[in-house]
Design a protein around this ligand. Structure first.
Ligand code: HEM
Length: 554
């Protein structure tokens, strides 16, 4: 009997201790909530338009839970229609705003004061380390200055044979595997993109030709897959939970493959650099640095919206003829840059930058080219005009594409830019601001430490700048229309000091690849554009797959 009473007493004590504990927790959270709500951060944040029913402590997070990436996109579109061009979300006590008005976007992207990336980029760290995409402050500034010239057109032109070879290999592969059948064209675009990157970034030959590079290419694609997966499953974000999943083990193994190959290539490239130096070989990098500095003195340099027009300057130079042996990769230039006075990059820093370029250059161009091909399938009249333009350039010949050919592809370029408008491969970018910003579009102030999301997908569908925003209309990129629009109303490559360093590379490569596909195949889409199921991920994809049917032209 006394045992029963004792255990009853014990349970009552435990119950009441637990009760007191809960009361204490609720009291602390309530006090915290009231202190937080009276801060300037919360007061300014609460003035911004956002979802109804913001809850204490969790904020608006409940509106996102259990939504697929496609549903999140639909939700964002709806909120934008209801609330206008400034949106607020509270994720717990973290304030995130989305800015859709180009005038507000310019205040963030166009400024040198707001260059810091948000916490969301932390996921990339195990792979990209503190590379260009993530780094901040002086490190970002000095690396950007060093890397930008490696994307100068005098260097890009030397990649033309690589672009052509891989475009032709892609055509052969498509011809042998999918002609006449429904296929997911993204699989093929992704493979071709990694092959081109391997050769132009690392100087490593096509995946098929070497086992290690094949493994590397696969690891890059799988790592992108893991990052996407983690990005859209909020509970997988914290390392603490992620470590217990099978994806963590896979990540460790992929990173080992990636780092091992990169390290060995860096070693060889260093040896090659010292050999070239001893022989006194002329450095393309030094020339590129000088030309970049010269161009930077001209403030109008990169303001043109037609990406073809600012690639036009030294059309007559023919660097494309550069011999196979002499062609250098980005990695060579980085090794060289790191031995130029004042730079000094460690091997680890070079590896981080190489990984960053592989990551940024891969899925983005794969998505852009896949959307382009799907769009051609949906609009046969647009496809026919692209084909006629390409035929006018090449006639019946199957010769490779030259740099000057790409400048003639004006209609193809407009279709590509319109594709990037409607389906921007990077659908949203985020920054964190370290000082208050007064918005231009309304009477709002963003408090210091706000996470600012710039949703290109919404910005590009603003009826004020694109009168019929849901209509696929390549004429949106006629020069006269471009000059009338706000510069920040079309930002697939971001804009301002921290814009995409690889955009000229991307446009050039895409023109070679896509014109080669158009020369060889007629495309049919299996669905209409309104049925594309867009998935707002790190990179915009179609959750229904990029399904098309290709038919031989001849
Ligand atoms: C259609 C293709 C591409 C699109 C749409 C695209 C878009 C972008 C965007 C929006 C950013 C800013 C990201 C952010 O702030 O979070 C960015 C940054 C970057 N991109 Fe691209 N990109 C493309 C292709 C490439 C290629 C081919 C490369 C390299 C070969 C590349 C290298 C980079 C790098 C290194 C950065 C970081 C720049 C910095 O922070 O200073 N991109 N890109």
């Amino acid at each position: 009997m006394s045992v029963v009473v004792e255990s009853l007493n014990y349970s009552l004590n435990l119950g009441s201790s637990l009760g007191w504990f809960l009361v204490l927790v609720v009291a602390i959270l309530t006090v915290y909530h009231y202190i937080f709500q009276s801060s300037r951060y919360a007061k300014l944040g609460n003035k911004l338009p956002g979802p109804h029913f913001t809850l204490p402590l969790i904020g608006d997070a409940h509106t996102m839970i259990n939504k697929t990436p496609t549903e999140i996109l639909d939700y964002a579109f709806k909120l934008y229609q209801d609330k206008g061009s400034v949106l607020r979300f509270w994720f717990g006590n973290r304030l995130t705003t989305a800015l859709v008005d180009p005038r507000d976007v310019e205040l963030i992207l166009g400024s040198n004061a707001h260059l810091e990336k948000s916490l969301d980029y932390k996921l990339f760290e195990p792979w990209l380390g503190d590379g260009l995409l993530i780094s901040k402050g002086e490190k970002w500034r000095s690396h950007r200055k060093m890397i930008a010239p490696t994307f100068h057109q005098s260097i890009l032109k030397t990649f033309m044979p690589v672009f052509n070879k891989n475009a032709n290999d892609l055509v052969q592969l498509l011809r042998s595997e999918v002609v006449g059948k429904v296929c997911d064209v993204h699989d093929y675009m992704s493979g071709a993109t990694v092959d081109v990157l391997l050769e132009t970034v690392m100087g490593v030959k096509k995946a098929k030709e070497a086992k290690s590079s094949f493994k590397y290419a696969k690891a890059v694609m799988d790592m992108c897959g893991i990052l996407h997966f983690r990005h859209v499953r909020l509970w997988m974000r914290p390392d603490f939970f992620f470590r217990f999943t099978k994806y963590f083990k896979e990540q460790v193994s992929h990173l080992k493959t990636i780092h091992t190959l990169t390290d060995s290539v860096i070693k060889n490239k260093k040896l090659a650099f010292f050999e070239r130096k001893e022989k006194g070989d002329v450095s393309l990098y030094e020339t590129a640095v000088k030309e970049t500095e010269e161009e930077n003195k001209n403030p109008m340099k990169d303001q043109g919206l037609s990406y073809g027009s600012h690639l036009r300057d030294d059309l007559d130079e023919n660097d494309e003829s550069i011999g196979e042996k002499k062609r250098l990769a980005f990695l060579d230039f980085m090794v060289e840059a790191s031995h130029t006075s004042g730079n000094k990059l460690s091997d680890e820093e070079i590896r981080e930058e190489v990984s960053t370029i592989m990551f940024e250059g891969h899925d983005t161009t794969a998505a852009a080219s896949s959307f382009f091909i799907c769009v051609l399938g949906v609009y046969p009249d647009i496809q026919e005009k692209v084909y006629q333009e390409v035929r006018d350039i090449f006639q019946d010949s199957d010769r490779p594409v030259t740099f000057s050919d790409t400048l003639e592809m004006k209609y193809l370029e407009r279709v590509l830019l319109e594709t990037l408008r409607m389906y921007p491969p990077v659908p949203v970018i985020t920054r964190v601001i370290r000082e208050e910003v007064k918005l231009a579009s309304g009477d709002y102030i963003l408090p210091k430490d706000t996470t600012v999301a710039i949703p290109q997908l919404l910005i590009h569908r603003n009826a004020k700048y694109y009168p019929n925003p849901e209509k696929f209309d390549p004429d949106n990129f006629l020069p006269e229309r471009c000059t009338q629009r706000h510069y920040y109303s079309f930002i697939p490559f971001s804009a301002g000091p921290r814009s995409c360093v690889g955009r000229k590379y991307a446009m050039l490569k895409l023109k070679v690849l896509l014109s080669t596909v158009v020369r060889n195949f007629k495309v049919k889409s299996v669905v209409d554009a309104k049925d594309f199921k867009l998935q707002g991920d790190i990179i915009l994809k179609r959750s229904d797959g990029f399904h098309v049917i290709l038919e031989n032209r001849n």
